[in-house]
Ligand binder design. Structure first.
Ligand code: 8YV
Length: 330
């Protein structure tokens, strides 16, 4: 029997490709990054499986892929899936939860520490040769804010939220508030997290971490009125998706001193545009959407995505079908 054809939209580790080749006829994009939209659409006519990292899986793409049965994303977020279209065409969608939780949580703590202790700003100061006697600087010019024993508010207490809570409580003795659609008794028991409404989390926290997945309900979820509730000494950290907040409102909150600073791994438009005011604020630490980007975690994500794809194409139930499409495999 011939193997199902699959297309892979980015270079993946050789070991993962070898695994896939046992079960599938693989074509992999071997340029930088990912193919252009047109380049991708032109690959899909015969494809039964797609291994991807982003880019809309929508009507346009599905029309060009009449044989497609499984889309496996090398990501935990799947806001790029048009779930209604996929359900209507019985295309299974899978993602890669669990394997990236600790790596993303590490980055969130790094964003908290680097924004509160002004690490990129002061690193640039030292490297520019400005740390010298007689420069007219006082001790206070280098002051930051303490992370240890501060109050952390987590919006979105999922698996990554819990990994952040663990670090914050066990490593930094932080006090924890959280807001989530439903209560998370485990986070309450293990980390003493206190369940509050959104307003209390925003009003009382020294650090607010936004970790909610992007869905139609969470689009532009945090806006002007929410930033206005935060303390002027507080920091806002986002490692979910840029569209979970109103970026113009965040910029205004930073410009007007409503909040003290921000640590951002994600942006409304990515790659972030050079004229985005966030790139020109000393109190904002930016990263190029690399929450999960360590060699080990990216390997684990690619392997898990490959296993999901193979399972779906060989008639087995893939381990990580996204919850909205579970009905397709029941
Ligand atoms: C990126 C992420 O999607 O998993 C997610 O949802 O945001 C990230 O891991 C990943 O970088 C794409 O390869």
């Amino acid at each position: 029997m011939s193997k199902p054809k699959i297309y892979i939209t980015k270079r993946i580790p050789a070991e993962v490709l070898h695994y896939l080749e046992q079960y599938c006829e693989c074509r992999m994009w071997d340029g930088q990054g990912t193919p252009s939209r047109q380049g991708l659409l032109d690959e899909l006519a015969e494809v039964e499986g797609l291994l991807t990292t982003g880019g809309p899986v929508n009507q346009e793409l599905l029309d060009r892929a009449p044989k497609l049965r499984v889309v496996s994303s090398i990501s935990v977020g799947y806001n790029h899936f048009d779930l209604d279209e996929m359900r209507a065409r019985r295309v299974i969608g899978t993602h890669t939860p669990y394997v990236l939780d600790d790596t993303v949580a590490d980055l969130v703590l790094a964003l908290m520490l680097s924004s509160a202790r002004r690490i990129p700003e002061l690193d640039a100061f030292v490297k520019a040769g400005n740390w010298k006697k007689g420069a007219g600087l006082s001790e206070e010019d280098f002051f930051g804010m303490d992370v240890h024993h501060a109050k952390l508010g987590i919006i979105g207490m999922g698996r990554i939220g819990e990994a952040i809570a663990k670090r914050a409580v066990h490593g930094f003795g932080m006090e924890l508030l959280y807001y989530n659609r439903s209560r998370r008794p485990e986070a309450e028991e293990k980390y003493g997290a206190q369940y509050c409404d959104l307003e209390t989390v925003l009003r009382e926290s020294d650090f607010v971490v936004l970790m909610t997945p992007l869905t139609p309900k969470t689009e532009r979820y945090i806006r002007k009125e929410h930033f206005a509730m935060m303390k002027p000494t507080s920091f806002f950290i986002n490692a979910s998706r840029g569209q979970t907040l109103d970026e113009a409102d965040l910029i205004e909150a930073l410009q007007t001193g409503q909040i003290r600073g921000a640590g951002l791994d994600v942006f409304d438009v990515e790659p972030v545009q050079p004229d985005n005011p966030l790139l020109h604020m000393a109190n904002v630490v930016t990263m190029p959407h690399i929450g999960s980007a360590t060699a080990k975690t990216r390997f684990d994500m690619a392997m898990l995505a490959a296993q999901n794809l193979v399972a779906g194409l060989t008639g087995k139930r893939p381990p990580h079908v996204v919850k909205e499409l579970q009905s397709l495999v029941e």
